[in-house]
Write a protein that binds this ligand. Structure first.
Ligand code: FAD
Length: 459
């Protein structure tokens, strides 16, 4: 594919004012719309749901749960009822719209905690949409079903969308560029378990988990060690008979009771499942379980893009992309906001959006295609040198701030605040030291004070 680039590229015609389609009105789509409009463009935001918020829009009754608990529910979010943020609110918010009670609007529903419940995050995104007058840009209950590159060069795209619940022909309109903000928390990734097809228990994915009550007195195996696995295992330990966590990075001999719990154990990964209801771990031990819950993350999925988008998704790596945003072959007419994970998402979305907006207007220059290609190759070499599998391509655990600051520099924006970087690190340390109580006990009040001082300029 790369060797074709020099000839396959459409003429790039950045312009101060373009008609743009943004797919999704979650945190990424909202901030993209704001930045694109600030730059002088005319964005139209397509949103399948009836409201803004995306993942942060809690859905108490996921449609997929009864029929196939492993299936995706394209229109519902992955939040569980008990979810509180795992990042402190000062860190989480957009750079110029602090996530503080006054910005959210307070009121009877207010959740002033530093690590609030998910309802407060939704209120924050709604407040953001109101404050920057974004509602008028969104076409609700409208799904993008196909994005097709227009013939004749120029880099324009035809967008086919359909209004949900309405019969009749889908609409087709032409846009100068597409900004994809469709999120990556709806298509469950499921662990492969030999023998599971004849295992008689129930499997589900954390995508469809909401509350612990249905698991009363059951034996549940949770696969995973991520934030959701940690939260859900603790949620379940309160009602289930036993909770067993299978962690693929735990040594094969692992089988230990979790401190503070008399019904929760950590194990190595599952080896196989058997017809008699037992599940065997890699150390050879086994238990009879009622439920296997896959807390194993999600897959990138762009069902509305075809081959002409010039990207592929292979082992959960979207490529070839320049800096995880622009497909080399069609930049800047197609871009992706929000692919990186293990990050502070909202500020990263904001900086990516500023960059895309600036590039589209021609104010910010992209390097030549050859340079972008070289950069991408160097990135893959680094990934290889770390011994990371391809599916970690968008895992930014070690360099999110380097990336953020690079984006900021492209846009003549100040780097991410020092207090935010320090607070993120302090939260990681606190979470490791106090896994049960980090949301209510911490040692970084001096950074909170610094953040609040900084916020004064925006409030
Ligand atoms: P989404 O929020 O998924 O929005 C995508 C939108 O696109 C959706 O509204 C969807 O309906 C729409 N869409 C998709 N396809 C189409 C289409 N074809 N046509 C029209 N519309 C479409 N982040 C934090 O900062 N702190 C936390 O504590 C935190 N905790 C989390 C806990 C969980 C369990 C999860 C799953 C995520 C958490 N995150 C947290 C991450 C954060 O919620 C996400 O990074 C963020 O909400 C993603 O925003 P997004 O706009 O990229 O995607």
């Amino acid at each position: 594919r790369l060797s074709r680039l020099a000839t396959a590229l459409p003429p790039t015609m950045p312009s101060p004012s373009l008609r743009l389609a943004v797919v999704g009105a979650g945190a990424a789509g909202l901030v993209a719309a704001r930045e694109l409009r600030r730059e002088g463009h005319a964005p139209v935001v397509f949103e399948r749901a009836a409201a803004v918020g995306g993942t942060c829009l809690y859905d108490a009754a996921p449609a997929a749960s009864s029929a196939d608990p492993l299936a995706s529910g394209a229109a519902h979010s992955s939040l569980y009822a008990s979810l509180r943020t795992n990042l402190p609110r000062e860190v989480m918010g957009f750079l110029d719209f602090p996530f503080v009670a006054t910005a959210v609007g307070g009121g009877a529903d207010e959740d002033p905690r530093r690590f609030p419940g998910h309802e407060e995050v939704l209120r924050y995104l709604e407040a953001f949409a109101r404050r920057f007058d974004l509602y008028g840009l969104v076409r609700f209950e409208t799904e993008v079903v196909r994005v097709r590159r227009e013939d004749g060069g120029g880099g324009r795209w035809a967008v086919t969308s359909r209004k949900l619940g309405e019969k009749g022909k889908p609409d087709e309109e032409v846009y100068d560029a597409i900004v994809v903000c469709n999120g990556h928390y709806t298509e469950p990734r499921v662990a492969h378990i030999p023998g599971v097809d004849s295992w008689p228990g129930k499997q589900m994915h954390s995508h469809n988990y909401r509350i612990s009550e249905p698991f009363h007195d059951q034996v549940v195996i949770i696969i995973g060690a991520s934030a959701s696995a940690v939260d859900i295992s603790r949620d379940l330990a309160g009602v289930a008979k036993e909770v067993h966590i299978a962690d693929r990075s735990a040594p094969a001999c692992t089988c230990k009771r979790q401190p503070g719990y008399d019904n929760m154990w950590l194990h190595s990964m599952i080896d196989h499942a058997q017809e008699d209801g037992s599940v065997v771990f890699r150390d050879g031990s086994s238990i009879k379980a009622d439920v296997i819950m896959h807390c194993t993350g999600y897959l990138y999925d762009f069902p509305f893009l075809g081959d002409d988008s010039a990207i592929t998704v292979d082992d959960n790596c979207v490529d070839p992309l320049y800096k995880h945003v622009f497909p080399l072959e069609v930049a800047p007419h197609l871009s992706f906001i929000g692919l990186p994970w293990k990050v502070i998402p909202f500020p990263l979305f904001e900086l990516q959006s500023k960059w895309v907006a600036g590039v589209l207007s021609g104010r910010v220059k992209l390097p030549s295609r050859e340079e972008m290609m070289e950069d991408m190759k160097a990135f893959y070499l680094k990934l290889e040198a770390r011994g990371w599998p391809k599916r970690y391509a968008h895992n930014f655990a070690d360099y999110q701030f380097e990336y953020d600051d690079w984006l900021a520099e492209q846009c003549d924006h100040p780097p991410v605040e020092k207090w935010r970087k320090l607070m993120y690190a302090a939260n990681s340390v606190n979470k490791a030291a106090r896994p049960e109580s980090y949301r209510d006990e911490w040692d970084d009040d001096h950074l909170v004070a610094e953040a609040k001082e900084d916020f004064k300029k925006y409030l």
